[in-house]
Write a protein that binds this ligand. Structure first.
Ligand code: IMP
Ligand code: MG
Length: 179
């Protein structure tokens, strides 16, 4: 385990089996369709790449980079689009794939934006859900794990751009961000 981790919350094995289970459920809904999988950079990329490998319909891949955070652990309240999609979403069935839903600010704004751009449908798939932190009226259509209000790292998720490559989800030691 990484020295900055308090403990491992979700192991590699748990991630593998739950991601597969959720991806297969989503896959059932898109038979005969050609969904556009929108990954949210950067935190969502490892979940995204594991998730899409269980989809059997001919998916198209695209990415957006947004940020609501500065360097810290608290949402700053304004969504910035740092990289927009390459594809036009008009008439498309969109699957947004994101690492974590916290206040809900990011996903509430993104879903509204993609629907305004004319997407035929938008669903949200998340790896983690911090239900107790919700401030916006939005919930994922599919979520892998509900977690408590603790700052987590690994499997794509960072603190200050670190720890993304850890293969498990760990709880970050408080002393790392409470300095
Ligand atoms: P929201 O807009 O408040 O729902 O925040 C969502 C974004 O905050 C996610 O895409 C993450 O980038 C980031 N985030 C929230 N909680 C955590 C965490 O525990 N670890 C790492 N990033 C987090
Ligand atoms: Mg993110």
């Amino acid at each position: 385990m990484h020295k900055d981790c308090e403990r491992i919350l979700i192991s590699e094995k748990q991630l593998r089996s739950r991601v597969k289970e959720i991806a297969e459920k989503v896959d059932n809904l898109y038979q005969g369709k050609r969904p556009l999988c929108v990954g949210i950079l950067k935190g969502g990329i490892i979940f995204y790449s594991d998730f899409i490998r269980h989809l059997t319909s001919p998916v198209e891949l695209d990415f957006m980079a947004v940020s609501s955070y500065g360097g810290g652990t608290v949402s700053s309240g304004k969504l910035k689009i740092k990289k927009d999609l390459d594809k036009d979403v008009k008439g498309r069935d969109v699957i947004i794939i994101e690492d974590i839903i916290d206040s809900g600010f990011t996903l509430a704004n993104l879903k509204t934006l993609l629907l305004e751009r004319g997407a035929a449908s938008v669903i949200i798939v998340t790896l983690l859900n911090k239900k107790g932190r919700r401030e916006y009226d939005i919930s994922p259509d599919f979520n892998c794990f509900d977690i408590e209000n603790e700052f987590v790292i690994g499997y794509g998720l960072d603190y200050d751009e670190k720890y993304r490559s850890l293969p498990y989800i760990g709880i970050l030691k408080r002393e790392i961000y409470d300095k």
